[in-house]
Design a binder for this molecule. Structure first.
Ligand code: FVH
Length: 295
């Protein structure tokens, strides 16, 4: 593990945009970093910054106990590590994947004698190595591994350990990304509404950002509803009012010549919940409508 005098040496598999940013942060903090990339030329700029290039992934894995993978997807992790001896290694997988892929990858790594930690990166490459910008990585899997390498893992960005289930980091990651997806859908629709008018996007943007920030704390009321099972407690804007308001949103889109395709799936769910006599709730009941058998 890292200490003030001897930063932990580590191996990094994958020097794409994110892998390179991670490598730079560790190198800047004095960690000896062995890198490997499928396309070796892409790792070349890191050598001038002090990284050591391994010719193969197996050689890179052999170089250090701590091995971090930051590759395109789960299949590329399998490809890269196919010939590597993982016995006694601590594999930290920062490759985006599904919870199921993370659980399978954990079992796969353990079968090969490695401890395993999965990570979901909640940051973009420019946020890596920058304190105070709000980036962090969700970690789940081996708690021992996390604790032992905690200081090293905290070098590029913040760390948040979310449990021993190796699938939890990916689940938290994807849940947040999915929420972001809905937010971006709303942003696209809002800009489309004003697009043809004499409204400067740059003047509209701070209004939109401010409104989204003001609405974001609504997640806490949703959590309270799910916790208590009472979806009506503390409701300020109820479903009956919101569904009535949807008519105005849809009609405005029509007046402005904007497609409603980003709005209607959510509005249909609101309508279904209202039709099931839940007019005094807010939108929490829609979560129940979304739940299906896991596939
Ligand atoms: N960049 C971002 O904004 C996001 C932020 C949140 C987290 N993601 C995830 O991070 C993983 C790596 O992303 P990246 O930005 O580094 O992606 P690329 O620049 O496209 O680099 C991909 C690396 O993966 C290597 N690779 C691809 N396929 C294989 C394979 N079959 N075997 C071995 N390596 C493979 C690729 O190698 P090369 O194309 O240069 O030879 C790059 O090293 C990712 O999970 C994001 O979702 C980033």
């Amino acid at each position: 593990t890292a200490n003030a005098t001897s930063p932990t040496p580590l191996t990094l598999l994958g020097t794409g945009a994110m892998g390179s940013a991670l490598a730079r942060a560790w190198l800047a903090a004095g960690h000896p970093v062995t890198v490997w990339n499928r396309t070796a030329t892409r790792a070349q700029p890191l050598l001038a910054e002090g990284a050591t290039l391994a010719a193969t992934a197996a050689e890179a894995v052999a170089a250090n106990q701590l091995v971090v993978a930051c590759l395109l997807d789960d299949a590329s992790v399998g490809d890269a590590l196919a010939d590597a001896d993982l016995a006694g290694r601590d594999l930290v997988n920062l490759t985006t994947g599904t919870p199921g892929q993370a659980r399978d990858r954990a079992a796969w790594a353990q079968k090969r004698g490695a401890r395993f930690l999965d990570g979901g990166i909640m940051a973009t490459p420019p946020m890596i190595g920058q304190a105070g910008v709000g980036g962090y990585v969700f970690y789940s899997g081996s708690r021992d591994l996390f604790e032992e390498h905690r200081d090293t893992l905290a070098v590029p960005t913040g760390t948040t350990y979310v449990g021993a289930d190796p699938g939890f980091a990916a689940l938290h990651d994807v849940a947040l990304l999915s929420a972001m997806s809905g937010m971006f859908a709303g942003i696209s629709h809002a800009f489309a509404l004003i697009r043809r008018e004499d409204i400067a996007p740059k003047e509209f943007a701070p209004l939109l950002a401010g409104w989204l920030a003001a609405m974001a704390p609504a997640v806490h009321l949703t959590a309270e509803h799910l916790h208590s099972g009472d979806y009506t407690r503390g409701v300020v804007s109820n479903l009956a009012m919101m569904v009535a308001g949807n008519t105005t949103l849809l009609r405005t889109a029509q007046e402005q010549g904007v497609s409603t395709e980003l709005l209607t799936p959510y509005m249909d769910l609101m309508q279904r919940r209202l039709a099931a006599r839940h007019s005094e709730e807010d939108g929490t009941g829609i979560i129940d409508l979304l739940l299906r058998e896991p596939g």
